[in-house]
Design a protein around this ligand. Sequence first.
Ligand code: NAD
Length: 378
Amino acid sequence: LRIGVPKETAAGEKRVATVPEVVAKLVKLGFAVSVESGAGDAANFADDTYRAAGAEVVPDAAQLWSRADIVFKVRPPTPYEVQLLREGATLVGFVWPAQHPELMQQLAARRATVLAIDSLPRQLSRAQKMDALTSMAGISGYRAVIEAANAFGRFFNGQVTAAGKIPPARVFIAGAGVAGLAAIGTAANLGAIVRANDTRAEVADQVVSLGGEFVKVDYEEEGSGGGGYAKVMSEGFQQAQREMYAREAKDADIIITTALIPGKPAPKLITAEMVRSMKPGSVIVDMAAEQGGNCELTEPGQAVVKHGVTIIGYTDLVSRLAKQSSTLYSNNLLRLAEELCKAKDGRIDVNMEDDAIRGLTVIKEGNITWPPPPPKIP
Ligand code: NAD
């Protein structure tokens, strides 16, 4: 079968779904690979490197889609792209079926098979190698710290120099899931004093192991809402949490917020009042900007200065590290391809008896199979 890799069309999207190194591995699995000319340009992968890896480079999207049995994408397809998808073809990429019911109908009408990488059952240990949500969250956590460091006017690490003694920067991280933990590790490696909080007490040890200090809310309530995710907390907890965050905000030079609750707007953790209490020159990076933001003053997609504090609400943190994110995303898709093509004969078997494959197959030959039954956890 032929795998097609189109150029991403969403504004500002710099990633490409398959990097040249992975093309060579897909060819070894028996697939033919076509890449749209320029697909890797924004991530620094030139057409020639794709050719050298064994791909055919085609001049435009129409040709690419018309030749592909399987399309590897990053972002959900646009209605135009759905029309380009060959009848009965397979699409692999981020789809977010709950947010895109119309897209699901359009894809089903193409009699497509759709493997939504966002719908992978992440709790299966066997699925971890395919978990693009985790690889992308790790990158955005790292990049959030780099953006903060760039906007901050001082060192992260403490220094004693002939020109003066410099204290380390104080970084507070709200939410210690995959992205938050990556941010903790990165900020600690740069030499900052890192403190972090999460409503799920189980992450405390991980915070410490990455060099941070876990700050507890003085209120007894378990924050796990199932599947490793958070729940909406009681009013009493939220009040106690706000008091603690108000104290942390006054002390912090940098705040990075990552708190999300599946299917709900992002919890508002940093109030305008807290921003006002921060030192001039402080920085907030709100990684929840796209889901409404954890800070009341965030403007999604923008960096703004309010009360002397730079508030960064970029929603393209992974695209700002496009070479790295394309590489890890490609590796996740390669692992999926290996699962689908165990015989290494360039064909795929979408085995609905396999929990991991069942979970991410949201449309099978035109039939919507999302949501899946809960996976059997061994
Ligand atoms: P997420 O992006 O949904 O949320 C980010 C973090 O924000 C979570 O840790 C959450 O608890 C926290 N949060 C939510 N509301 C908050 C609030 N009001 N105050 C403070 N913090 C708040 O989560 P994620 O990073 O995608 O992952 C969540 C969990 O899933 C993690 O524990 C992760 O380890 C787990 N996970 C497990 C596997 C696996 O088992 N293989 C794979 C991937 C992720």
